[in-house]
Design a protein around this ligand. Sequence first.
Ligand SMILES: [Zn+2]
Length: 405
Amino acid sequence: MTSISSGPTRSSAARARGHAVLGTKTITPPFDALLGQPLVARFLATAVFEGHLNHAYLFVGPLGSGKTEATIALAKAILCPAATTGGAVGSDDCEDCVRVARRTHPDLHIVEPEGVEGYLAAQIRELIHDATLAPVRSRAKIYVLTRADLLGAASANALLKTLEEPTSSVVFILMARTIESVLETLRSRCQLLAFRSIPEVEAVRTLTDDGAATEREARIALAATGGSPLRARAFVRSQARRDARVAVLGEVERMLSADSLDVLEAARSLTRIFKAPLDELRAAQSEQLEEGRDFLTKGGVAALEKRFTRQLGVREREQIAEALAVIRSWLRDCLLMRIGRGEDIVNTDFHGNIVCAAQRTHEAALIRALSVVDEAEDRMHYNVSVQSVFESLLFTIREVLEHHE
Ligand SMILES: [Zn+2]
């Protein structure tokens, strides 16, 4: 890996060229990890390495556009000790960068909403107080609010003062899918960065170029992970998640000849299937906890355990979303088959049952089933039982497949 050019020579040369640096082809690490977003990557690299970093950013873009990846890259660039010494930022040998990637760096605070309807006032109070304290091991602290759209008026107001008069060593990153979903008062205090939705061909290329996946595997992985190249890469690497996908589609396949009891049983089995990949995370967590016990205080271990519990909760929600995305891609395949575009289907390993399903139903019914998947996704946010959501979804799919023209 080449070293980042953060020395004074390049900085002044780049400044002399004005915005010319935005036009250069190479993007320096760690921002080279930001697949499919060259403009954002160059913008952030310039801001960090030329020293005009903002105190608050608002990352806006659709699911899968790389907002999380950008957050991790920016956190590495800020927290890495090499950023000030001119060494290689984002190296796998760097303890700070590894911790950022694992989201266990003590100066990186990723704050997910803990309430059913969004951030709790207590969460924001705690964050505001914490932001006044000095960094633990780096030159700065970073607070990431993953769902800026779920900041209520009271929480947002409490946060405003901190955003307006930030400590010099604090950087806030707010994330949202759309700009409209974020309160105007928050928007106006942040530097806005818009992430484009990454075209599928491009996303596929990022996975196939270095041999991480074949084109078929890449398309399957992208469909299961909402189109994010980085998440798709993790999917390809996880045997448990790939197995879960096959198992989910196996249950959907059963709907071709299912009675009501079969549907209930399939819903129960889906509920088990999506939880299986969580074991991988649990194993990684206990390994990190063991490592942590060597140098952390009792309080430190307790804090880490608390963070891991939250992480599991987040991962569980992601797994449900993944199961629904897999079902959505299968229904889309049926629709493609139905309208004579069978060569475009993603789940080619289930080609036979897609042909069979497409013959039994019609476009309007499939489109209705797709909207039921969206509804199921919304319902999952409201703490309803996962099994009941899968039940009603599978009943709809069975109904759709029973239709004869
Ligand atoms: Zn580093």
